[in-house]
Design a protein around this ligand. Structure first.
Ligand SMILES: Cc1cc2nc3c(=O)[nH]c(=O)nc-3n(C[C@H](O)[C@H](O)[C@H](O)COP(=O)(O)O)c2cc1C
Length: 370
């Protein structure tokens, strides 16, 4: 990927904001793009989110159904960000406990968390409170919650000393979550892989819109796969970003290489939105399943989740990750496919994001008149 080229003149370090702090540590070559000094690439960025988690970078690897296991989450921790073991992947509570313990060993003291996608009450298999008790029992310090209003669990989580980052698909729900007492909130926009909600407002709007409505730190997600977007989100008031799609081709994601190759080939236009008829919109890789589901939804406005289940059941997606046959199953992926270019270690992908952040900070500084 070749970003637009610019000529640089002298860098000035005049402001005390984080951009300039970062820039002050970079040497910029005077040809074409701003070139960060690679010897300074291990610099850290400090935001409310890095302070909350104790990470180097304000990047969160969000929960990934079936995929965010101990190896992936530990790779995130070692890359200087935080990841979340996805509890729903381990319906047997003892398996989840074993995964948490494995992750703790692999993380070697670095922070990690557990993603708890709370099912609506009364759904069979709902065991949110049991999972939170396990998380507390295992001494995990961070949870990423999603799926429904977390209010009823906040007193328990606070008393256990667990920090809660609640993920929502619209600014209005972020305001509600703030009232419920969460420590931080993640707002995912229409571009995101997985569940963008019903409002379908884009991340660029959410990032700036949230600033005046929230007093707690917030993260922006949905379509984030380039370091310049992280800088933009920070500039708009966010304290960090959540990433899903961009990390799917990491070596530490266990899914079959054929599936990852498809992600590399795919364009942002190769995703589909399904299931809004049952108020559970999901953005996923366009394939035979999304075509079939969209046809059912178009034919019958009263289609039910039970009608769709033979196509959308999670185990079909898991089968696709195992076999590499991406044609079947709802395989969440978003517009950040634009930035998915090759197989890499998670550390290298995070390193690239860091590099792009430094470049775009330099670009902004260059645009300022001194
Ligand atoms: C394959 C995949 C599986 C996901 N599974 C979950 C999940 O189980 N729970 C959850 O809270 N979010 C899940 N997400 C959402 C991500 O955590 C993150 O919020 C989202 O991917 C950010 O948008 P992006 O894909 O544009 O980066 C998933 C996303 C993807 C791509």
């Amino acid at each position: 990927m070749v970003p637009g080229k610019q000529h640089l003149s002298k860098l000035a370090n005049t402001s005390k904001n984080i951009f300039s702090v970062l820039l002050s540590q970079c040497t910029i070559k005077h040809n074409h793009l701003p070139q960060p000094n690679t010897s300074k690439m291990n610099q850290t960025i400090s935001t409310d989110i890095t302070k909350l988690f104790g990470t180097e970078l304000p990047i969160v690897a969000g929960g990934l159904m079936w995929l965010a296991n101990a190896e992936y989450v530990a790779a995130a921790a070692k890359a200087g960000i935080i990841g979340f073991i996805t509890a729903a992947t381990f319906p047997n509570i003892n398996d989840l406990r074993a995964e948490i313990r494995k992750c703790r060993d692999l993380c070697e003291g670095k922070p990690f968390g557990v993603n708890v996608s709370m099912l609506p009450k009364l759904v069979p298999g709902e065991q949110t409170q049991t999972i939170f008790e396990l998380v507390a029992d295992e001494g995990v310090k961070f949870v990423e919650t999603a799926g429904r209003d977390p209010s009823e669990f906040i007193p328990f989580l606070k008393s256990a000393g667990i920090k809660v980052v609640h993920k929502v698909p619209a600014v209005r729900y972020a305001v509600k979550a703030q009232k419920a007492g969460v420590d931080a909130v993640t707002i995912v926009g229409a571009e995101c892989g997985g569940h963008p909600g019903m409002d379908m407002v884009g991340s660029f709007v959410n990032a700036a819109w949230a600033q005046n409505q929230l007093s707690i730190p917030y993260l922006i997600g949905g379509g984030v796969g380039h370091g310049s977007q992280i800088v933009a989100a920070l500039a708009m008031g966010a304290s960090g970003v959540v990433v899903g799609t961009r990390f799917l081709v990491a070596n530490e994601i266990w899914a079959h290489t054929d599936y990852k190759q498809r992600l590399i080939e795919a364009q942002p236009t190769d995703t589909d939105l399904c299931m809004s008829s049952v108020r559970n919109t999901v953005r996923s890789l366009r394939n035979e399943t999304t075509a079939a589901v969209k046809a059912l939804e178009a034919e019958n406005p009263n289609v039910t989740i039970a009608d769709l289940m033979p196509y959308v059941a999670g185990k079909i997606g898991r089968e696709a990750y195992l076999s590499g046959d991406w044609r079947k199953g709802i395989l969440s992926a978003g517009h950040a496919l634009a930035f998915v270019e090759r197989l890499d270690s998670l550390a290298d992908i995070v390193g690239q994001l860091r590099h792009e952040m430094t470049q775009s900070l330099a670009r902004i500084d260059q645009l300022r008149t001194h």
